[in-house]
Write a protein that binds this ligand. Structure first.
Ligand code: 5AD
Length: 362
């Protein structure tokens, strides 16, 4: 192993935020299957274990609807994909899924859907939140860009966390991946609003996008730090047959780069929550377990009914489309048990980073 590589790992392990762009890019540049890569994953996993021991936080993911006003060039549920059967779950259904999550020991849920900005949608989500409030779940929303007022109402109605991926911190690359009326600046503004409103803020990127460099990815990690993210959800870009974005794609390399990004992010930001994304599982049967061993500490099993899961197809080869919530849970226990990790049932698993911030601000 190169001397420099070990030194970077040592420096990163001693203190958070100690690496610069070039050092982060050097970590990401290690060869697939190399000694350096092994050392990178081990160093990141060591920090994960130091922070949260061999425990995994879990959130039941509810895909509440696939109607979307956005037209992102990479996404399978983009507005102009007419081959998608569109659905939106009723309030009763979402509430029932939330109860089910609680019953099987998940103390947190994520409500995700395509992006809709309308008064009716704001009211709908607010009602859902008020109805599930007595369950005392940790609720994350992942509903795209919204006005500050809408986000304030949802926060008051019980949402504690919000996920909004920046997709890429490179503005120029962003503009190639989206139509011209999709604004990178607005996304950054919404992330700022979320922090100001007291949400635990989650962001993230797609990894391995056509035209994206390792330095772009290194700057993505610096971006996570500069927006003081509490949680990161990121995963490899996977082409979708109906989406216009095409480019080179190698499953093995995409998986490896996704894992290296998790590891480098853990080495840069020690105490945040990092999800092992479902996209990893689309690339390898044990993709999420590999994500944990590279430093992730959160898993979000999908608890939406089978019929809807199939319609929520962001990328090709989405896994687990026939699991029931309980089957998903049992499979997870087994897969995590095999790597000596266990799910923290009945615990919300809030971001340690957020807890420290809140404590310091008192
Ligand atoms: N490959 C990987 N991730 C994708 N997403 C959308 N389309 C794809 C794709 N083709 C991700 C985006 C979005 C999240 C909900 O799904 O990052 O923010």
């Amino acid at each position: 192993m190169k001397h420099d590589f070990s030194l970077i790992l040592e420096k990163a392990s001693r203190a958070p935020k100690s690496l610069d762009e070039e050092e982060l890019a050097a970590l990401l540049a290690c060869g697939d299957g190399s000694e350096e890569e092994k050392a990178l994953f081990e160093a990141a996993y060591k920090i994960k274990v130091f922070q949260v021991e061999r425990n995994i936080s879990v959130r039941g993911l509810i895909e509440a609807g696939n109607i979307c006003q956005k037209d992102c060039y990479y996404c399978g549920i983009r507005k102009s994909n007419s081959s998608v059967e569109r659905y939106s779950l009723s309030k009763e259904k979402i509430v029932a899924l939330a109860k089910q999550a609680k019953d099987i020991g998940f103390a947190s849920i994520v409500i995700q859907s395509g992006e809709i900005e309308s008064g009716k949608h704001t009211d709908f989500i607010e009602e859902v939140l008020r109805e599930i409030a007595p369950l005392e779940l940790g609720v994350t929303l992942s509903l795209g860009e919204q006005s500050c007022e809408t986000l304030r109402r949802w926060r008051e109605a019980g949402a504690a966390r919000y996920l909004l991926r920046i997709e890429t911190s490179n503005k120029k690359l962003y503009s190639k991946l989206h139509p011209s009326d999709h604004s990178w600046e607005r996304r950054v503004e919404v992330l700022k609003d979320l922090g100001d409103l007291g949400y635990q803020v989650g962001t993230g990127v797609m990894i391995g996008l056509p035209g994206q460099t390792l330095n772009d990815l290194a700057r993505d990690i610096l971006f996570f730090g500069s927006c003081d993210a509490d949680m990161i959800g990121m995963g490899p870009w996977i082409p979708h047959k109906d989406a216009p974005l095409k480019g080179e794609f190698d499953k093995f390399h995409a998986l490896k780069l996704g894992l290296k990004m998790i590891a480098a992010t853990r080495l840069y930001l020690h105490d945040i929550n990092i999800a092992a994304s479902t996209a990893l599982e689309a690339l390898a049967a044990n993709g999420r377990a590999l994500g944990i061993l590279a430093g992730a500490n959160v898993i979000m099993p999908n608890i939406t009914d089978e019929q809807y899961k199939k319609a929520y197809n962001l990328y090709d080869g989405k896994p687990g489309v026939c699991e029931s919530a309980l089957a998903a849970r049992n499979l997870l226990d087994k897969k995590l048990g095999e790597i000596g990790e266990k799910i923290l049932y009945a615990q919300r698993g809030d971001s340690l980073h957020y807890a420290k911030k809140s404590c310091c601000n008192k």
